[in-house]
Write a protein of this length. Structure first.
Ligand SMILES: Nc1ncnc2c1ncn2[C@@H]1O[C@H](COP(=O)(O)OP(=O)(O)OP(=O)(O)O)[C@@H](O)[C@H]1O
Ligand SMILES: [Zn+2]
Length: 839
């Protein structure tokens, strides 16, 4: 990173510079250097989109990343062909952030660009052919053949032709040789037609003709003219009711759309007459897709505890860039955010609030919207591309000074961030898993804030151990809130022993007596219940009771998941699906049964046990469409659902006053996370889901069903002893070299041929051994899932010393190694996937 700041000319103006490094949408590791033709030198700016030639014939649109006067060593720089933007599309801080991300997460800068630009802003391009205006057939030293002449003739009638057009004109299959010859003879030009994909939303509106709207007498005359024509009069009156043209003349500029103007009984033909008579006019208006909303309420007054926390945070900010706010579930962190955000916005800076997944946090979004109204933009994955472009443009224009968004919102064109808040900072979903850039949005956001000289607030009831470690080291400020807001107290935990109940025949459809009693009790008191099932590695599957056959994916080495609703078996890795077989394909037996305990099965069991209860289920299947979450959450909030069964989704940030019982269906599954973070994740998951219970005056009850009630992890969670747990875990992680004591890099080697994959993985290890850095290399091992989408995979885990320049030396060495390996013929189609700071 130091290298970035040493690079003084990075942000500098560029007079006299005649080379530009350009970020191209192709898989090359670096920016590519081009020559800036003299006539462009005064206009060129970092962040502009330009057109360049890449390789022999590709014409591409790229973004200027850097301007300088060092010619490239390894190749002759081609000239920039054209500049597309007068104003840059992205700002220098963004470019700096992209460069950092590509370096740190070991990916191509083009991949970062691709992730950063909403697809509505990406450029589509298509080659077009034009006659060269300087070409004169008479004086040309090169005669044209008949086919070439035909093309030129066609170009006399049409300004431009596509490749396809030319092929049709001549009736040939490939036009390239002919066009190449025409280009050589300087008869035609080939250029790239670039079009913006974003389409503004245009509405037809109706307004009073301005001359009438401004003049009382004129309006009076109109009323006289429509006397005795009640239909026209009614439309006119309705318009003036919504748009009082003399009190608020500016409203007339935007007018009304027809649907608003014409109510039941109004006739369209009357409106047409009014338009024909020059009273109204119809016009086109570019409108916002995202609606304008005024703030509805003031921020809540903070409790004294919250106020004290706020003051502490601000004091830390005087000396530290980042602060961890460690507040138990329901302590009112959101209200503290609101106050901080208001202060920063008042000072004229921008604010970004990151959430793990917006769809799951609609509650928080609407709480914030009430306070901030239209200056707040929302950015998330369920938005359409056009909506996302609108948020992007809104940040550029200053319409949105505050954005709430998911991880990709770190790429928005902020130019003066003052504060970045990362809520639920411990959430694993902040890490982008696939495709590259495989970034962690929390860590990247901290870097982004650093580039802006902004502050970062990390909030969580269960901080990640990395973050808390940074706080203990004094790198981050630390602020704690250890009790809930208002009258609410922390929930009470109970361990329900599955094995004991089974022995005593008390188990009914996999539920313990204790859980059933608590549910029954809550139902009788009109309270609500949340049942949590960790799906991970425990999805329902179909198995033959006679021979043990289980349905597996044809492309991956995993068993298929049974989806009862669709009567289908699906692969959760590649999407493959098939119908449930009637008989076992291996032995022919008809004794096929579903194993495992997915959310669907639990919902079914509970509705058998509590037939009077109204059930709801929240998981990937029930929330696929845009409003799935919203509908379920609204129903739950309105008390139309008594028992809500769900996966991880229901643990995130929900705040429902009537939930008093939380059941953890299979506590043991939570313990089986397959890596060094198992304990930390289990602690977080249990504490978070338990945190949904008893958030108002009635104390919450949390029931964990388990076969191992004596497991000491449960005891730690129940005692809420985060610090002791942290201390023990750190002891182990230090001893066995795990983060935060080392940096992890995971490299996956993939190929369709098992032998090739294995050989390539070993070759990689062999090469890495020679790198002169302090490291431990584990593997290569067959992946946890040995084959995905027909690709065999081997995994290597590298633990790097955190000190000094180990990481940058390693990454540099690694890119050379991978380049060399890729040039070995038998490894040509091997894929190497590098994941820095894997989850
Ligand atoms: N100052 C306040 N005035 C009024 N209500 C408040 C105040 N602070 C918090 N609350 C209420 O207390 C409840 C819990 O607050 P909030 O959801 O912000 O907690 P949290 O710390 O974000 O919890 P979690 O970590 O579980 O998401 C909410 O219903 C919120 O409206
Ligand atoms: Zn599959």
């Amino acid at each position: 990173m130091e290298s970035l700041f040493a690079d003084q000319d990075f942000l500098e103006k560029n007079s006299g510079n005649n080379f530009a490094d350009i970020i191209l949408p192709v898989p090359i590791p670096r920016m590519f250097t081009y020559r800036i033709p003299k006539n462009f030198q005064s206009e060129i700016q970092i962040g502009q989109r330009v057109i360049v030639q890449f390789g022999k014939k590709k014409i591409l649109t790229g973004i200027i990343g850097k301007v300088h006067n060092k010619p490239p060593q390894a190749y002759e720089a081609k000239p920039i062909l054209d500049i597309l933007d007068v104003q840059p599309s992205v700002n220098p801080l963004q470019i700096r952030f992209w460069v950092w991300m590509a370096e740190y997460y070991f990916c191509h800068i083009g991949e970062v660009m691709f992730a950063a630009l909403p697809s509505g802003l990406r450029l589509s391009s298509e080659s077009k052919i034009q006659a060269n205006p300087n070409f004169d057939l008479e004086s040309s030293p090169y005669p044209l053949d008949t086919r070439e002449e035909l093309i030129l003739e066609a170009l006399e009638n049409q300004n431009e032709l596509s490749y396809e057009d030319c092929e049709k004109i001549l009736g040939v299959k490939t036009i390239h040789p002919i066009l190449k010859s025409l280009v050589a003879k300087e008869a035609i030009l080939i250029f790239e037609k670039v079009q913006e994909k974003y389409t503004p939303k245009v509405e037809t509106r109706i307004r009073l003709v301005p001359a009438i709207a401004k003049d009382k007498n004129a309006l009076q005359a109109v009323f006289e003219a429509v006397q005795g024509k009640p239909k026209q009069e009614s439309i006119l009156l309705k318009y003036l009711r919504d748009i009082p043209v003399f009190n608020k003349p500016h409203l007339n500029e935007k007018g009304l759309d027809k649907a608003t103007l014409l109510e039941e009984g109004d006739s369209e033909s009357s409106l047409k007459t009014l338009i024909k008579n020059g009273v109204f006019e119809s016009f086109k208006l570019v409108v916002n897709r995202i609606e304008e909303e005024e703030p509805e309420r003031e921020a809540s007054a903070l409790s004294s505890t919250q106020q004290a926390a706020l003051e502490e945070i601000k004091t830390h900010f005087e000396t530290k860039q980042s602060v961890l706010l460690h507040g138990v579930t329901g302590s009112g962190k959101t209200e503290i955010y609101i106050k901080l955000i208001q202060e920063v916005l008042e000072s004229g800076s921008q604010v970004l609030l990151l959430l793990p997944e917006i769809a799951l946090t609609t509650q928080i979004v609407s709480r914030l919207k009430q306070v901030f109204g239209s200056q707040m933009g929302v950015y998330h994955s369920k938005y359409s591309d056009n909506e996302r472009v609108e948020v992007w443009n809104g940040v550029l224009s200053g319409r949105f000074t505050f954005v709430v968004g998911v991880r990709s919102s770190i790429f928005l064109p902020f130019d003066s961030l003052g504060l970045v808040i990362i809520d639920e900072e411990h959430e694993p979903s902040y890490k982008q898993f696939d495709p590259a850039p495989r970034f962690h949005a929390r860590d990247a956001a901290i870097m982004l804030a650093y580039f802006h000289q902004a502050r970062t607030l990390l909030g969580s009831a269960t901080p990640s151990f990395e973050t808390y470690f940074n706080a203990t080291q004094g790198k981050y400020g630390y602020v704690q809130i250890s009790h809930r807001f208002g009258e609410a107290s922390m929930p009470e935990y109970h361990l329900a022993n599955l094995s004991a109940d089974r022995k005593k025949n008390l188990l009914k459809l996999d539920s313990t007596r204790l859980l059933r009693e608590k549910i029954q009790n809550a139902l009788e008191n009109q309270q609500q219940i949340i049942i949590f099932q960790n799906r991970r590695g425990y999805s329902p599957y179909v198995q033959c009771e006679d021979c043990g056959w289980a349905a597996e994916c044809v492309q991956c080495d995993v068993s298929l998941t049974y989806h009862q609703f669709a009567e289908e078996l699906r692969c959760h890795y590649c999407g493959y699906k098939e119908k449930v077989p009637q008989t076992c394909p291996a032995c022919g037996s008809s004794q096929l049964s579903t194993q495992g305990m997915g959310t669907e099965r639990i919902e079914e069991s509970l509705s058998l046990l509590f037939p009077e209860a109204r059930m709801g289920r929240m998981d990937l299947d029930t929330t696929r469409n845009k409003y799935g979450y919203q509908r379920l959450l609204d129903e739950f909030a309105a008390g139309q659902i008594d028992i809500l069964v769900g996966t991880q989704m229901i643990t995130k940030g929900l705040d429902f006053g009537k939930v008093t019982v939380v059941g953890i269906w299979d506590g043991d599954r939570i313990l089986n996370f397959p890596d060094f973070r198992a304990g930390e994740r289990a602690y977080q998951q249990i504490t978070q889901v338990a945190g949904r219970a008893g958030r108002r005056d009635i104390k919450g009850q949390v029931i964990i069903q388990t076969r191992n009630p004596e497991n000491d992890l449960f005891e730690k969670v129940i005692r809420g002893d985060y610090f002791e747990f942290f201390r023990q875990e750190m002891f182990d992680r230090k001893k066995f070299f795990y983060p935060p004591f080392v940096k992890l890099v995971k490299i996956t080697t993939r190929h369709t041929d098992f032998k090739v994959a294995e050989k390539a993985a070993h070759a990689l290890h062999h090469q890495m051994a020679n790198l002169p850095v302090k490291k431990i290399v584990l593997g290569p091992e067959k992946g946890i899932i040995a084959r995905i989408k027909n690709q065999y995979q081997f995994e290597s885990l590298i633990k790097l010393d955190k000190a000094g320049n180990t990481q940058s030396v390693f990454k540099e060495g690694l890119s050379k190694i991978l380049e060399e390996l890729q040039s070995v013929p038998e490894f040509r189609s091997v894929r190497w996937i590098v994941d820095v700071d894997p989850n």
